[in-house]
Design a protein around this ligand. Structure first.
Ligand SMILES: *Cc1c(COP(=O)(O)O)cnc(C)c1O
Length: 476
């Protein structure tokens, strides 16, 4: 009986919808959210509140004591929380504190500022995407990158598609469908996310002929498998794993020579489109596009957003006659890329024209090149800013870590890095990791030896204040 009265009282205290909508704080949201979504969300908030009153006696008793004005403030607070939850679905910025530079789940390569500038310019208004300014007639979207690729790599011609998977697919579909593609058993790569070379070969309409063994394939294995139905010798860079020990792979040059003798094409799927000699920044040698072209390959395909450090794109470079054929394939329309990616790639390639500048300005290369001393300074600065802003509940330390290139590149390379380790009183490492992931700017980090680590290689100094804010709201 007493309960019923309390419930009735609590329910009656809820102000009418229109009264809450007219509250200045709510009215201020109408511009951004729109009246319909705002009133629908408010209705949900009130429904949820009613439900909770019915289900939770303790909650109901305490709420029944609130005067209407305070209850309205409470509901408006809930409304704001719900709206911000809704905003947090969908693509959003986050902070990559994993130290994995080309993290496939976190968007791979961040773009240089100048590339972002060009994306903005060509999207704010119109552009010469398919318009030739010289002649005033229809142009090709491939033209914007073709001359850059040919100058940088020595290839005769080039075109761009949506990603490297599409590049491999459309190349094989155009040049080898209903014919045979020969590949070494040591190169039947799975990239992840259901991209497997045998599946791509099959879906481009080709018959796959496997030769050699997992660890050893010799040039005569290829030679013996060639028939009048063979269209392509395919070499796939084992970008995300290494076969070591008793191994043998056929060098590209030998494959090219065999291809010429037998009159079949040689294609290389290079995976990462490395244009820069990585030994110059102290990393292992990774085959570059220039080397593959110089090796005489007919076509090479590679990604834009791996070691190249550009947008998601696939490049096909090589013999002009073959590229011209691929451009005419009806699938070219299906796998074509949009103006934003073309703008970004063109700008990144322009930076490669001056290699020193490329290292400075292309974030992926810059992060890969960072030395331990530089990372230590960065970690110390982050630690200093955290100390200045947080109370003693939060303890930090600077620790040695290993970072990775990621994105299926340089699989056996561990980069010496630095991290700020975090512990917060009364929170387990897992709880802290969860809270960081759910912060207003999510922070993604790893736990090692029961400590949450912020690897600074992949965090820019501009992001430090966001990390501090998130931790402030966690520590209180
Ligand atoms: C990454 C990779 C691909 C797929 O490239 P996407 O650009 O991600 O489509 C294909 N082949 C190799 C060898 C790769 O390393």
């Amino acid at each position: 009986m007493e309960n019923d009265l309390e419930l009735l009282k609590a329910l009656r205290t809820i102000a009418p919808m229109n009264e809450i909508m007219d509250d200045l704080e709510v009215a201020a949201l109408t511009d951004r959210i729109g009246k319909t979504v705002l009133s629908e969300t408010l209705k949900q908030v009130i429904d949820d509140y009613r439900k909770q009153l019915l289900e939770d006696k303790f909650f109901m008793t305490s709420m029944s004591l609130l005067p209407r004005q305070e209850l309205t403030s409470y509901l408006i607070q809930k409304l704001k929380e719900k709206l911000s939850e809704q905003r947090n679905t969908g693509l959003q910025k986050l902070i990559n504190a994993t130290g994995i530079v080309l993290h496939t789940n976190l968007g791979r390569a961040p773009l240089p500022g100048s590339a972002i500038g060009l994306i903005q310019e060509v999207n704010e208004g119109y552009s010469n995407l398919e318009f030739d300014l010289e002649t005033g007639s229809r142009g090709s979207r491939h033209a914007h990158i073709e001359s850059l690729i040919t100058r940088l790599t020595g290839a005769e011609s080039a075109m761009v598609v949506n990603n490297n998977a599409a590049a491999v697919f459309i190349s094989l579909h155009t040049l080898a469908s209903r014919r045979e593609v020969i590949i070494s058993r040591g190169q039947l790569v799975e990239i992840g996310g259901s991209f497997r070379i045998p599946d791509i070969i099959a879906s481009s309409g080709c018959a796959m002929i496997e030769v050699g063994t997992t660890n050893k394939t010799k040039v005569h294995d290829y030679a013996e498998a060639v028939s009048e139905n063979t269209a392509v010798l395919l070499k796939v860079h084992t970008s995300n794993y290494k076969i070591s020990g008793f191994t043998e792979e056929v060098p590209l040059q030998d494959l090219v020579q065999l291809g010429r003798e037998k009159n079949v094409l040689v294609l290389e799927d290079l995976g990462s489109g490395c244009l820069y000699d990585l030994t110059k920044i102290g990393l292992h040698h990774e085959p570059t596009v220039q080397e593959v072209i110089a090796g005489g390959v007919d076509l090479v395909t590679f990604s834009g957003d791996k070691l190249l450090g550009g947008p998601q794109i696939g490049v096909i470079a090589g013999k002009k006659a073959l590229i011209d054929k691929i451009k005419k394939n009806p699938f070219a329309r299906i796998v074509r890329c949009d103006k934003s990616s073309i703008a970004a790639l063109a700008e990144v390639l322009r930076l490669y024209m001056n290699p020193e500048k490329a290292i400075e300005q292309i974030p992926a290369l810059n992060m890969l090149a960072l030395k331990e001393e530089e990372l230590l300074l960065r970690a110390q600065e982050l630690e200093r800013q955290l100390h200045a802003a947080l109370n003693e509940r939060c303890q930090t330390d600077i620790v040695d870590v290993y970072d990775e290139a990621g994105g299926g590149s340089l699989p056996d390379v561990l980069l010496k890095g630095k991290a700020v380790s975090l512990t917060i009183d009364d929170l387990s490492a897992n709880q802290l990791q969860d809270l960081l992931r759910k912060g207003s700017t999510p922070i993604i980090c790893r736990i090692i030896k029961d400590k949450v680590l912020l690897n600074v290689r992949t965090i820019s100094e501009k992001e430090f204040p966001l990390i501090t804010q998130t931790l402030q709201s966690i520590v209180g």
